[in-house]
Design a protein around this ligand. Structure first.
Ligand SMILES: Cc1cc2nc3c(=O)[nH]c(=O)nc-3n(C[C@H](O)[C@H](O)[C@H](O)COP(=O)(O)OP(=O)(O)OC[C@H]3O[C@@H](n4cnc5c(N)ncnc54)[C@H](O)[C@@H]3O)c2cc1C
Length: 432
């Protein structure tokens, strides 16, 4: 008897998790995604700032121990009647990205994400169809940096190192040096805060010794259009983060409307032109092209695939599609408004794998909110949960959560080893 074929679209938190949790003895599992690795997004800021090797911030989809077929390709469209995915290869060698092929399925799991951030140049390079919503801010798509996967994190680190070297060249004025070493981060969520925290650690602790002539000239500014950062956290924790940042050369500008981004400046409505060496854009995301073109019901707020409580995608007339499921940032349960986080993506993927493995459709999905943790630099953190806390204990909680995110023992071991090496001999990019 032939086995049920399951096709998974995407290798982010949702797609990767379910690919590993499904029973490969029971199902023929095929994964289709332009990315052959899954990024550990909560670890990207640390990797960009040299806490550990980039390879530790992602996990390959191919494992010797798991029987999965993987195609490095992008699903262009899905024909739900004939149960076929129309795909285009995403291999950027020898015309690979022009090859088209079909993959049929018995069951389809859609997990193409929602929040894929890319610059236009990069989109062209790797044949992506998802873009960040830079709210049509002139210059943002072309000149801003994004932190979505390891390739992005590498670009950020490379730019940072180049800025430091450029600022060290003789003949620059004090202001020119300060502008080059001014990093602007746009957004207000935990991701922004963590990038700012890691950068401020680098500037205050590591680079101040490595580049003594530039000491005191490096700065980070967070710009957010909202009235406060860390919106999901308690007011007292938000205040703690802002006062902790101000001691570490991180300025927080809220209610800031950015009018233009260039390679070396941003222009805001309130302050005009501000010189900077790099703009990292994390705010706002657009749905990906695949979701846009699918003939399914979509949610109102962010257009995401609407599902029922068992994670079946809903057809335009809101009836459940028995063999199509949608999870991760790309989907939301009717009337639930769950956040676009790895936490939700992983919980849905684990639930769905359990349900499919057991052929049990009796229990609806229920999201369990866990404590929110953010690092704010200088061994300080904030935890929003029961109870709220901040300080070194919160930093330790954030560190251990980082470790919990990684899914292989090899990576856990290597990350702990790196932490020890960083402590004993300095980070790889700023060794003692
Ligand atoms: C820097 C950063 C830090 C974060 N930190 C946290 C955190 O601490 N805690 C937390 O809970 N969340 C965090 N998040 C959010 C979290 O990463 C996302 O919610 C999560 O990645 C969503 O997972 P996903 O699988 O739905 O989508 P994604 O991770 O976006 O993956 C989508 C996948 O689908 C693929 N794809 C897209 N289109 C197609 C197509 N047409 N065909 C085939 N494949 C396609 C993509 O290549 C990708 O592999 C962070 C995000 C970022 C960027």
């Amino acid at each position: 008897m032939s086995r049920t074929s399951i096709v998974i679209v995407g290798t982010g938190w949702a797609g990767y998790t379910i690919s590993q949790k499904l029973d490969d003895k029971k199902f023929d599992i095929t994964v289709i995604s332009p990315e052959e690795t899954s990024p550990y997004t909560p670890l990207l800021a640390s990797a960009a700032c040299g806490l550990f090797d980039f390879s530790l911030a992602e996990e390959p989809i191919r494992h010797k121990s798991k029987n999965i077929s993987y195609y490095k390709a992008r699903v262009q469209s899905v024909d739900f009647d004939s149960k076929t995915c129309k795909c285009r290869a995403a291999c950027d060698v020898d015309g690979g990205s022009t090859r088209e092929f079909d993959v049929s399925y018995d069951r389809l799991i859609l997990a193409p994400g929602y929040a894929t951030a890319r610059s236009r140049a990069c989109l062209k390079l790797i044949n992506r169809s998802c873009v960040t919503n830079t709210f049509r801010t002139p210059g943002a798509d072309e000149h801003a940096f994004f932190v979505r996967n390891v390739a992005d994190a590498k670009r950020v680190q490379h730019r940072l190192m180049q800025l430091l070297e450029l600022a060290s060249i003789p003949g620059l004025t004090d202001q020119e040096q300060r502008d080059l070493l001014h990093i602007v981060i746009v957004g207000g969520g935990p991701t922004v805060v963590e990038i700012a925290a890691e950068m401020s650690d680098l500037f205050n602790d590591d680079f101040s010794k490595l580049y003594p002539d530039l000491n005191g000239k490096m700065s980070v500014t967070i710009h957010d259009a909202a009235q406060f950062i860390l919106g999901a956290f308690e007011e007292s924790l938000r205040q703690h983060a802002i006062s902790s940042f101000s001691k570490r050369h991180v300025q927080v500008v809220t209610g800031s409307k950015i009018k233009e981004v260039t390679t070396n400046s941003i222009t805001t409505e309130a302050e005009g032109r501000l010189g900077c060496g790099m703009v990292i854009w994390t705010a706002g995301n657009k749905q990906c092209a695949l979701v846009d073109g699918l003939d399914v019901a979509k949610t109102d707020k962010l257009p995401r695939i609407m599902t029922d409580d068992y994670l079946h995608a809903l057809s335009p007339d809101k009836t459940s599609m028995r063999d199509v499921f949608a999870i991760g940032d790309a989907a939301d349960i009717k009337k639930q408004f769950l956040p676009t986080t790895a936490e939700v993506a992983v919980q849905k993927a684990e639930y769905l794998a359990k349900m499919l493995n057991a052929d049990d459709t009796s229990t609806p999905f229920e999201y369990k909110q866990k404590a929110l943790v953010a690092y704010i630099g200088g061994h300080d953190g904030v935890v929003h949960g029961r109870p709220d806390w901040s300080g070194e204990r919160a930093w330790a909680a954030w560190r251990s959560k980082n470790l919990l995110w990684t899914r292989s023992y090899r990576r856990k071991f290597m990350i702990v080893l790196y932490w020890f090496l960083d402590w004993a001999g300095g980070k790889e990019i700023a060794r003692i």
